[in-house]
Design a protein around this ligand. Structure first.
Ligand SMILES: *Cc1c(COP(=O)(O)O)cnc(C)c1O
Length: 381
Protein backbone atom coordinates (compact mmCIF):
# COMPACT_ATOMS: atom_id res chain seq x y z
CA UNK A 1 0.00 0.00 0.00
CA UNK A 2 1.33 3.44 -0.91
CA UNK A 3 1.34 5.97 1.92
CA UNK A 4 -1.25 8.75 1.65
CA UNK A 5 0.28 12.22 1.13
CA UNK A 6 1.17 14.14 4.30
CA UNK A 7 -0.56 17.42 5.12
CA UNK A 8 1.35 20.49 3.95
CA UNK A 9 0.65 22.35 7.19
CA UNK A 10 0.72 20.72 10.62
CA UNK A 11 -2.70 19.56 11.82
CA UNK A 12 -2.94 19.92 15.59
CA UNK A 13 -5.45 18.32 17.91
CA UNK A 14 -7.44 21.53 18.02
CA UNK A 15 -7.59 24.96 16.49
CA UNK A 16 -9.42 27.66 18.43
CA UNK A 17 -12.56 28.90 16.80
CA UNK A 18 -12.51 32.69 16.44
CA UNK A 19 -15.43 34.98 15.58
CA UNK A 20 -15.01 37.48 12.71
CA UNK A 21 -12.53 40.12 13.90
CA UNK A 22 -14.80 43.12 13.10
CA UNK A 23 -17.43 41.73 15.48
CA UNK A 24 -14.89 41.53 18.29
CA UNK A 25 -13.59 45.00 17.39
CA UNK A 26 -17.09 46.45 17.62
CA UNK A 27 -17.38 45.12 21.17
CA UNK A 28 -13.91 46.44 22.01
CA UNK A 29 -14.97 49.89 20.83
CA UNK A 30 -17.61 50.00 23.52
CA UNK A 31 -15.06 48.78 26.08
CA UNK A 32 -12.71 51.59 24.98
CA UNK A 33 -15.51 54.13 25.19
CA UNK A 34 -16.38 52.99 28.71
CA UNK A 35 -12.77 53.09 29.92
CA UNK A 36 -13.72 50.09 32.13
CA UNK A 37 -11.39 47.10 31.61
CA UNK A 38 -12.00 44.79 34.57
CA UNK A 39 -14.02 44.34 37.78
CA UNK A 40 -17.48 43.27 36.71
CA UNK A 41 -17.93 45.68 33.80
CA UNK A 42 -20.69 45.61 31.21
CA UNK A 43 -19.14 42.86 29.05
CA UNK A 44 -18.59 40.70 32.13
CA UNK A 45 -22.17 41.18 33.30
CA UNK A 46 -23.56 40.46 29.83
CA UNK A 47 -21.46 37.30 29.39
CA UNK A 48 -22.33 36.03 32.86
CA UNK A 49 -26.04 36.45 32.05
CA UNK A 50 -25.74 34.88 28.60
CA UNK A 51 -23.76 31.86 29.81
CA UNK A 52 -26.01 31.44 32.79
CA UNK A 53 -28.91 31.05 30.36
CA UNK A 54 -26.99 28.89 27.88
CA UNK A 55 -25.65 26.53 30.54
CA UNK A 56 -28.88 26.41 32.57
CA UNK A 57 -26.85 27.61 35.56
CA UNK A 58 -28.66 30.42 37.39
CA UNK A 59 -25.79 30.95 39.87
CA UNK A 60 -22.71 31.36 37.67
CA UNK A 61 -19.46 33.23 38.39
CA UNK A 62 -16.93 34.00 35.67
CA UNK A 63 -13.18 33.54 36.26
CA UNK A 64 -9.87 34.38 34.60
CA UNK A 65 -9.31 30.63 34.09
CA UNK A 66 -10.75 27.29 35.10
CA UNK A 67 -7.91 26.34 37.44
CA UNK A 68 -8.37 29.41 39.66
CA UNK A 69 -12.12 28.71 39.58
CA UNK A 70 -11.50 25.21 40.99
CA UNK A 71 -9.06 26.54 43.61
CA UNK A 72 -11.73 29.01 44.72
CA UNK A 73 -14.41 26.29 44.77
CA UNK A 74 -12.28 24.28 47.23
CA UNK A 75 -11.89 27.38 49.44
CA UNK A 76 -15.53 28.39 49.25
CA UNK A 77 -16.64 24.87 50.21
CA UNK A 78 -14.06 24.87 53.04
CA UNK A 79 -12.47 21.62 51.88
CA UNK A 80 -9.51 20.25 53.80
CA UNK A 81 -7.65 17.03 54.57
CA UNK A 82 -8.13 14.62 51.68
CA UNK A 83 -10.20 14.76 48.51
CA UNK A 84 -10.88 11.69 46.37
CA UNK A 85 -10.24 12.28 42.69
CA UNK A 86 -9.31 10.65 39.40
CA UNK A 87 -5.81 10.19 38.00
CA UNK A 88 -7.17 10.26 34.42
CA UNK A 89 -7.35 14.01 33.92
CA UNK A 90 -5.47 17.21 33.16
CA UNK A 91 -2.84 18.26 35.75
CA UNK A 92 -5.04 21.12 37.02
CA UNK A 93 -7.46 18.71 38.73
CA UNK A 94 -5.11 17.31 41.41
CA UNK A 95 -3.03 20.53 41.48
CA UNK A 96 -5.94 22.63 42.78
CA UNK A 97 -6.03 20.31 45.79
CA UNK A 98 -2.30 20.78 46.42
CA UNK A 99 -2.76 24.56 46.18
CA UNK A 100 -5.29 24.24 49.00
CA UNK A 101 -2.99 22.07 51.09
CA UNK A 102 -5.32 19.11 50.48
CA UNK A 103 -3.96 15.63 49.71
CA UNK A 104 -5.34 14.12 46.50
CA UNK A 105 -6.43 10.50 46.90
CA UNK A 106 -6.64 8.70 43.58
CA UNK A 107 -9.41 6.23 42.84
CA UNK A 108 -9.60 4.06 39.72
CA UNK A 109 -11.84 4.79 36.72
CA UNK A 110 -14.70 3.06 34.97
CA UNK A 111 -13.51 1.06 31.91
CA UNK A 112 -16.30 2.41 29.67
CA UNK A 113 -16.79 6.07 30.66
CA UNK A 114 -13.16 6.55 31.86
CA UNK A 115 -14.60 8.67 34.70
CA UNK A 116 -14.00 7.99 38.40
CA UNK A 117 -15.60 4.63 39.28
CA UNK A 118 -18.03 5.19 42.19
CA UNK A 119 -17.59 1.59 43.35
CA UNK A 120 -13.98 2.37 44.30
CA UNK A 121 -14.69 5.59 46.20
CA UNK A 122 -15.99 4.25 49.52
CA UNK A 123 -12.84 2.26 50.24
CA UNK A 124 -10.82 5.49 49.99
CA UNK A 125 -12.86 7.48 52.52
CA UNK A 126 -11.10 8.28 55.81
CA UNK A 127 -11.82 10.61 58.74
CA UNK A 128 -9.92 13.30 56.81
CA UNK A 129 -11.92 13.06 53.57
CA UNK A 130 -13.89 16.23 52.80
CA UNK A 131 -14.99 15.86 49.19
CA UNK A 132 -15.02 14.07 45.85
CA UNK A 133 -13.55 15.95 42.89
CA UNK A 134 -14.74 14.19 39.73
CA UNK A 135 -14.17 15.01 36.06
CA UNK A 136 -16.67 14.58 33.21
CA UNK A 137 -13.90 13.32 30.94
CA UNK A 138 -14.45 14.19 27.23
CA UNK A 139 -17.91 15.45 28.24
CA UNK A 140 -19.13 11.94 29.11
CA UNK A 141 -21.01 12.50 32.39
CA UNK A 142 -19.87 10.81 35.58
CA UNK A 143 -22.25 8.46 37.38
CA UNK A 144 -23.66 11.51 39.17
CA UNK A 145 -26.33 9.58 41.10
CA UNK A 146 -23.95 7.04 42.59
CA UNK A 147 -21.48 9.81 43.50
CA UNK A 148 -24.24 11.86 45.13
CA UNK A 149 -25.43 8.85 47.15
CA UNK A 150 -21.93 8.27 48.55
CA UNK A 151 -21.45 11.98 49.27
CA UNK A 152 -24.79 12.23 51.05
CA UNK A 153 -24.16 9.14 53.17
CA UNK A 154 -20.66 10.22 54.27
CA UNK A 155 -21.33 13.96 54.43
CA UNK A 156 -18.90 14.85 51.64
CA UNK A 157 -18.99 17.73 49.15
CA UNK A 158 -18.90 17.06 45.40
CA UNK A 159 -17.09 19.23 42.86
CA UNK A 160 -17.21 18.49 39.14
CA UNK A 161 -14.50 19.51 36.71
CA UNK A 162 -16.63 20.06 33.59
CA UNK A 163 -13.82 21.59 31.51
CA UNK A 164 -14.77 19.19 28.68
CA UNK A 165 -18.51 19.35 29.19
CA UNK A 166 -19.62 22.83 28.10
CA UNK A 167 -23.31 22.58 27.21
CA UNK A 168 -23.55 18.87 28.06
CA UNK A 169 -26.79 17.60 29.58
CA UNK A 170 -28.16 14.31 30.89
CA UNK A 171 -31.77 13.66 29.86
CA UNK A 172 -32.08 17.39 29.23
CA UNK A 173 -30.74 18.28 32.68
CA UNK A 174 -27.74 20.63 32.44
CA UNK A 175 -24.44 19.13 33.59
CA UNK A 176 -23.90 22.02 36.03
CA UNK A 177 -26.90 21.01 38.17
CA UNK A 178 -25.09 18.05 39.76
CA UNK A 179 -22.86 18.31 42.84
CA UNK A 180 -22.09 21.38 44.98
CA UNK A 181 -20.03 23.20 42.35
CA UNK A 182 -19.17 22.70 38.67
CA UNK A 183 -16.19 24.25 36.92
CA UNK A 184 -16.07 25.16 33.23
CA UNK A 185 -12.87 26.15 31.42
CA UNK A 186 -12.86 28.71 28.62
CA UNK A 187 -9.25 28.10 27.62
CA UNK A 188 -8.45 28.52 23.93
CA UNK A 189 -8.41 24.74 23.46
CA UNK A 190 -11.98 24.36 24.66
CA UNK A 191 -15.09 24.44 22.42
CA UNK A 192 -16.28 27.75 23.88
CA UNK A 193 -13.40 29.97 24.93
CA UNK A 194 -12.36 33.46 25.99
CA UNK A 195 -8.65 32.80 25.19
CA UNK A 196 -8.22 32.19 28.94
CA UNK A 197 -11.24 31.98 31.20
CA UNK A 198 -13.53 29.82 33.26
CA UNK A 199 -16.61 29.73 35.44
CA UNK A 200 -18.14 28.13 38.50
CA UNK A 201 -21.78 27.10 38.65
CA UNK A 202 -23.33 26.40 42.05
CA UNK A 203 -26.78 25.77 43.50
CA UNK A 204 -26.52 27.66 46.80
CA UNK A 205 -26.79 31.49 46.77
CA UNK A 206 -24.63 31.85 49.92
CA UNK A 207 -21.92 29.77 48.26
CA UNK A 208 -22.08 31.97 45.14
CA UNK A 209 -21.69 35.03 47.38
CA UNK A 210 -18.56 33.57 49.02
CA UNK A 211 -17.16 32.66 45.59
CA UNK A 212 -17.67 36.20 44.28
CA UNK A 213 -15.89 37.63 47.33
CA UNK A 214 -13.04 35.12 47.08
CA UNK A 215 -12.37 35.85 43.41
CA UNK A 216 -11.96 39.57 44.20
CA UNK A 217 -9.45 39.47 47.09
CA UNK A 218 -12.28 39.02 49.60
CA UNK A 219 -13.20 42.70 49.23
CA UNK A 220 -16.64 43.23 50.74
CA UNK A 221 -16.87 46.99 50.43
CA UNK A 222 -14.70 50.10 50.52
CA UNK A 223 -13.74 49.60 54.14
CA UNK A 224 -13.92 45.84 54.70
CA UNK A 225 -12.00 42.81 53.42
CA UNK A 226 -13.75 39.70 54.70
CA UNK A 227 -11.38 36.85 53.78
CA UNK A 228 -8.04 36.07 52.15
CA UNK A 229 -9.27 35.99 48.57
CA UNK A 230 -7.41 35.80 45.30
CA UNK A 231 -7.61 37.58 41.94
CA UNK A 232 -9.82 35.34 39.80
CA UNK A 233 -11.57 38.04 37.79
CA UNK A 234 -12.27 37.81 34.07
CA UNK A 235 -11.40 41.00 32.17
CA UNK A 236 -13.66 42.95 29.83
CA UNK A 237 -11.47 41.94 26.86
CA UNK A 238 -12.02 38.26 27.62
CA UNK A 239 -15.74 38.71 28.27
CA UNK A 240 -16.15 40.63 24.99
CA UNK A 241 -14.48 37.75 23.14
CA UNK A 242 -16.85 35.32 24.83
CA UNK A 243 -19.89 37.34 23.76
CA UNK A 244 -18.66 37.44 20.17
CA UNK A 245 -18.00 33.68 20.32
CA UNK A 246 -21.48 32.84 21.56
CA UNK A 247 -23.06 34.02 18.29
CA UNK A 248 -21.09 31.33 16.43
CA UNK A 249 -21.28 28.48 18.90
CA UNK A 250 -24.01 26.56 17.06
CA UNK A 251 -22.05 26.87 13.80
CA UNK A 252 -18.91 25.45 15.41
CA UNK A 253 -20.93 22.67 17.06
CA UNK A 254 -22.52 21.57 13.80
CA UNK A 255 -19.16 21.69 12.00
CA UNK A 256 -17.70 19.45 14.70
CA UNK A 257 -20.67 17.07 14.39
CA UNK A 258 -19.92 16.86 10.65
CA UNK A 259 -16.25 15.96 11.32
CA UNK A 260 -17.33 13.43 13.97
CA UNK A 261 -19.69 11.84 11.45
CA UNK A 262 -16.82 11.27 8.98
CA UNK A 263 -14.58 9.81 11.69
CA UNK A 264 -17.39 7.59 12.98
CA UNK A 265 -18.27 6.29 9.51
CA UNK A 266 -14.65 5.51 8.70
CA UNK A 267 -13.47 4.18 12.05
CA UNK A 268 -16.45 2.48 13.71
CA UNK A 269 -15.66 -1.03 12.50
CA UNK A 270 -11.89 -1.01 12.43
CA UNK A 271 -10.31 -4.02 14.15
CA UNK A 272 -8.14 -3.07 17.12
CA UNK A 273 -9.62 0.42 17.31
CA UNK A 274 -12.66 1.50 19.28
CA UNK A 275 -14.52 4.77 19.65
CA UNK A 276 -15.65 6.39 22.89
CA UNK A 277 -19.38 5.85 23.25
CA UNK A 278 -21.60 8.75 24.34
CA UNK A 279 -24.69 7.50 26.18
CA UNK A 280 -27.87 8.10 24.16
CA UNK A 281 -29.45 10.37 26.79
CA UNK A 282 -26.43 12.71 26.83
CA UNK A 283 -26.06 15.93 24.86
CA UNK A 284 -22.51 15.65 23.50
CA UNK A 285 -20.25 18.66 24.17
CA UNK A 286 -18.15 17.86 21.04
CA UNK A 287 -14.95 18.69 22.91
CA UNK A 288 -12.80 15.79 21.70
CA UNK A 289 -12.89 12.85 19.33
CA UNK A 290 -11.21 9.94 21.05
CA UNK A 291 -10.15 6.60 19.64
CA UNK A 292 -8.76 3.73 21.70
CA UNK A 293 -6.09 1.61 20.13
CA UNK A 294 -6.16 -1.67 21.98
CA UNK A 295 -3.08 -3.73 22.64
CA UNK A 296 -3.28 -7.19 21.11
CA UNK A 297 -5.42 -6.11 18.14
CA UNK A 298 -3.30 -4.54 15.41
CA UNK A 299 0.45 -4.98 15.24
CA UNK A 300 1.08 -1.43 16.45
CA UNK A 301 0.29 0.07 19.80
CA UNK A 302 -1.04 3.56 20.51
CA UNK A 303 2.38 5.12 21.05
CA UNK A 304 3.64 3.88 17.68
CA UNK A 305 0.52 5.14 15.94
CA UNK A 306 0.80 8.52 17.70
CA UNK A 307 4.47 8.84 16.68
CA UNK A 308 3.99 7.71 13.07
CA UNK A 309 1.06 10.07 12.46
CA UNK A 310 3.57 12.89 12.87
CA UNK A 311 5.16 11.75 9.57
CA UNK A 312 1.89 12.86 7.99
CA UNK A 313 2.02 16.20 9.82
CA UNK A 314 -0.82 15.02 12.08
CA UNK A 315 -0.33 15.82 15.76
CA UNK A 316 -2.85 13.75 17.68
CA UNK A 317 -2.59 13.89 21.48
CA UNK A 318 -2.47 11.20 24.13
CA UNK A 319 -5.15 12.63 26.43
CA UNK A 320 -4.58 11.60 29.21
CA UNK A 321 -1.09 10.23 29.35
CA UNK A 322 0.78 10.11 31.66
CA UNK A 323 -1.71 9.69 34.51
CA UNK A 324 -1.57 12.37 37.22
CA UNK A 325 -0.66 9.58 39.65
CA UNK A 326 2.56 9.10 37.65
CA UNK A 327 3.77 12.72 38.04
CA UNK A 328 6.86 13.02 40.21
CA UNK A 329 4.89 15.25 42.61
CA UNK A 330 2.21 12.60 43.22
CA UNK A 331 3.66 9.15 42.59
CA UNK A 332 4.83 8.72 46.19
CA UNK A 333 1.21 8.89 47.43
CA UNK A 334 -0.07 5.45 48.54
CA UNK A 335 -3.15 5.84 46.32
CA UNK A 336 -0.92 6.54 43.28
CA UNK A 337 0.38 2.98 43.20
CA UNK A 338 -0.34 1.37 39.81
CA UNK A 339 -1.89 -1.70 41.50
CA UNK A 340 -4.56 0.66 42.85
CA UNK A 341 -5.31 2.06 39.37
CA UNK A 342 -5.28 -0.79 36.81
CA UNK A 343 -8.08 0.57 34.60
CA UNK A 344 -6.59 4.05 34.54
CA UNK A 345 -3.24 2.63 33.41
CA UNK A 346 -4.92 0.60 30.70
CA UNK A 347 -6.89 3.64 29.45
CA UNK A 348 -3.83 5.92 29.49
CA UNK A 349 -2.03 3.44 27.22
CA UNK A 350 -4.90 3.26 24.70
CA UNK A 351 -6.45 6.69 24.19
CA UNK A 352 -5.67 9.03 21.33
CA UNK A 353 -7.40 12.35 20.65
CA UNK A 354 -7.69 12.93 16.90
CA UNK A 355 -7.59 16.46 15.44
CA UNK A 356 -11.07 17.79 16.11
CA UNK A 357 -12.33 21.27 15.28
CA UNK A 358 -14.89 22.83 12.98
CA UNK A 359 -12.37 24.22 10.47
CA UNK A 360 -11.44 20.67 9.38
CA UNK A 361 -13.09 19.89 6.05
CA UNK A 362 -14.62 16.50 5.29
CA UNK A 363 -11.63 15.92 3.03
CA UNK A 364 -9.22 16.69 5.89
CA UNK A 365 -11.09 14.23 8.12
CA UNK A 366 -10.91 11.54 5.42
CA UNK A 367 -7.18 12.15 4.95
CA UNK A 368 -6.64 11.84 8.70
CA UNK A 369 -8.50 8.50 8.62
CA UNK A 370 -6.43 7.38 5.60
CA UNK A 371 -3.21 8.14 7.46
CA UNK A 372 -4.44 6.47 10.66
CA UNK A 373 -5.47 3.30 8.81
CA UNK A 374 -2.21 3.28 6.85
CA UNK A 375 -0.16 3.63 10.03
CA UNK A 376 -2.18 0.83 11.63
CA UNK A 377 -1.41 -1.22 8.50
CA UNK A 378 -5.06 -1.62 7.62
CA UNK A 379 -6.51 -1.04 4.16
CA UNK A 380 -8.61 2.13 4.00
CA UNK A 381 -12.31 1.30 4.34
C1 LIG B 1 -8.59 22.64 30.43
C2 LIG B 1 -8.77 21.85 31.66
C3 LIG B 1 -8.61 22.39 32.94
C4 LIG B 1 -7.96 23.72 33.18
O1 LIG B 1 -8.65 24.82 32.74
P1 LIG B 1 -7.89 26.21 32.51
O2 LIG B 1 -9.01 27.12 32.13
O3 LIG B 1 -6.89 26.01 31.41
O4 LIG B 1 -7.25 26.60 33.80
C5 LIG B 1 -8.93 21.62 34.05
N1 LIG B 1 -9.38 20.36 33.91
C6 LIG B 1 -9.52 19.77 32.70
C7 LIG B 1 -10.04 18.38 32.63
C8 LIG B 1 -9.20 20.49 31.54
O5 LIG B 1 -9.30 19.89 30.35
Amino acid sequence: MRPPPPFEQPIYVTKPFLPPLPEYMARLESVWASGWLANNGQQHQALERALSAYLGAPLLSLFNNGTIALIVACQALRLSGEVITTPFTFPATPHVLSWNNIAPVFADIDPVTLNIDPSGIEAKITARTSAILAVHVYGVPCDVEAIQDIARFYGLKVIYDAAHAFGAAIDGQPISTFGDATMFSFHATKLFHTAEGGALAVGDPALKHRIDLLKNFGIKNESEVAMPGINGKMSELQAALGLAMLDYLEEELSARRRVAAVYTARLADVPGLSLMAMPAAVKNSQQYFIVRIGAGGPAKNRDQVHAELKDFNIFARRYFYPLCSEYSCYRQLPSASPVNLPTAHWAAAEVLALPFYGALSDDDAHRICDALLYVMELSPS
